[in-house]
Design a protein around this ligand. Structure first.
Ligand SMILES: Cc1cc2nc3c(=O)[nH]c(=O)nc-3n(C[C@H](O)[C@H](O)[C@H](O)COP(=O)(O)OP(=O)(O)OC[C@H]3O[C@@H](n4cnc5c(N)ncnc54)[C@H](O)[C@@H]3O)c2cc1C
Length: 383
């Protein structure tokens, strides 16, 4: 039985040209002071102007067909661009969810009108989505969502509370998972995804602040929000199939290993100059580990490229990758002996502080490690 497929993938040579172009673009952006490298920018770096510039370069919506404004270049080309953006610590949060999961979800399940309405704008880096899955008491156990959708003439009324909704206060729309049929013995039946355009007078968005005081998350209260039939995503009742396909996109990318990469890169330069203090073997082991993780992540992208659904493989990479992101912090702190300081004008103390304060979320967002191990166990037939 073919339980696991993380076979090595070689990137086509033209993708290396693409990589070079992205690197040049990013170096110019940094040199012009338009962006500043930071850790965890796919959560924290909301910069619509930068997203637009990426869109103009054809680097958003790369997996969308050209007919919908994408470049149709596929998952491996997107992997290359994504990897460069994350490695440089570029501010990509604005378009991230729309490009990574909502766009592919619309392509797969959306109506012709929805595709035309949203995909070109997403690909231009101008339209941003939030993901409304989690709820108070319903994070890992999505099938128990209590947000409800009630059928009325011409549409639905949606009520409930979503939590940890990244970027909802800035996004132009959010995809909300709701229960639209009474719970039955099949817990996964009767769920529906709704596209709710924002702002909406019946949607209240309240900040939940990070330890740093930064505002990325929200609690979103939906109070009898009207959603027209044209904004139901896919088939009513098929929400579970759709949301699990969305989670596969959400879990599989290189962002799950690269949140702290800018810190690793900065520390490499620092340690090269302060070599008397290097524990070379220890640092080398970290670099080797990221190389192996990167090959695994690339293998997942390779499977997506051929239309496979590598859920267990993606879960494995995310579990190992998110734990590695914290290893980077610990190792850099130990070897550089620099203290974290968010107010510092030096890169490493500042990045250390930012990453430490963001790190509690690494293994939670997109599904906790325990849940991912459940996915793997199911694949292995032991659950
Ligand atoms: C930075 C960040 C960004 C996020 N952004 C979003 C977003 O944009 N949209 C969104 O919808 N959500 C978002 N989330 C929510 C995230 O997906 C949830 O936090 C996550 O799925 C876990 O849910 P929970 O916090 O309710 O924990 P719970 O589900 O209550 O879990 C608590 C603990 O119990 C464990 N556990 C739960 N069930 C089981 C089980 N069956 N077996 C074994 N262990 C179990 C969990 O692994 C965890 O350790 C974000 C979270 C973070 C940290």
């Amino acid at each position: 039985m073919d339980l696991w497929n993380l076979n090595p993938v070689a990137l086509p040579p033209e993708h290396e040209d693409l990589r070079g172009n992205v690197r040049t673009f990013l170096a110019e952006e940094i040199a012009m002071g338009r962006i500043t490298p930071r850790c965890d920018q796919w959560l924290g770096g909301w910069d619509p102007a930068f997203s637009r510039r990426l869109g103009e370069s054809g680097w958003v919506g790369m997996t969308f067909p050209t007919k919908y404004g994408g470049s149709g270049k596929g998952a491996l080309a997107r992997f290359v661009v994504t990897e460069e953006l994350l490695a440089a610590g570029a501010p990509v949060a604005a378009h991230w969810i729309a490009d990574r999961q909502t766009g592919p979800g619309l392509l797969r399940f959306g109506s012709a009108e929805q595709k035309e309405a949203f995909l070109p704008l997403i690909a231009q880096g101008q339209y941003y989505f939030a993901a409304g899955m989690s709820e108070p008491d319903t994070g890992s156990d999505l099938a128990s969502v209590r947000t409800s959708g009630r059928r009325i003439d011409g549409g639905w009324r949606v009520s409930g509370t979503k939590v940890w909704t990244s970027g909802a206060h800035l996004a132009q729309a959010m995809v909300v998972l709701a229960r639209t049929e009474p719970r039955s013995s099949d817990r996964h039946a009767g769920l529906t995804q709704f596209i709710i355009e924002l702002p909406d007078p019946n949607v209240q968005i309240r900040p939940i602040r990070l330890l740093t005081g930064e505002h990325h998350f929200n609690e979103v209260v939906l109070d009898d929000v009207f959603v027209p039939d044209t904004r139901v995503l896919g088939e009513p009742g098929s929400g579970w199939k759709q949301v699990t396909s969305e989670l596969a996109m959400e879990r599989s990318g290189p962002e799950r290993i690269l949140s702290t990469f800018p810190l690793l890169a900065a520390a490499t330069d620092y340690l090269a100059e302060n070599s008397s203090r290097i524990d070379m073997a220890r640092f080398g082991a970290v670099v080797a580990r990221i190389w192996a993780l990167r090959q695994m992540s690339l293998a997942v992208a390779g499977r997506l490229e051929v239309g496979a659904a590598p859920a267990a493989e993606a879960a494995t990479v995310k579990d190992l990758g998110t734990r590695f992101e914290t290893v980077v912090i610990d190792t850099v702190r130990l070897l550089t002996e620099l203290e974290p300081d968010s107010g510092s004008d030096q890169e490493i103390p500042r990045m250390l502080a930012e990453s430490i304060l963001h790190s509690p979320g690494f293994t939670l967002r997109g599904g906790t490690n325990e849940i991912l191990r459940g996915v793997v166990a199911r694949q292995l037939g032991v659950r």
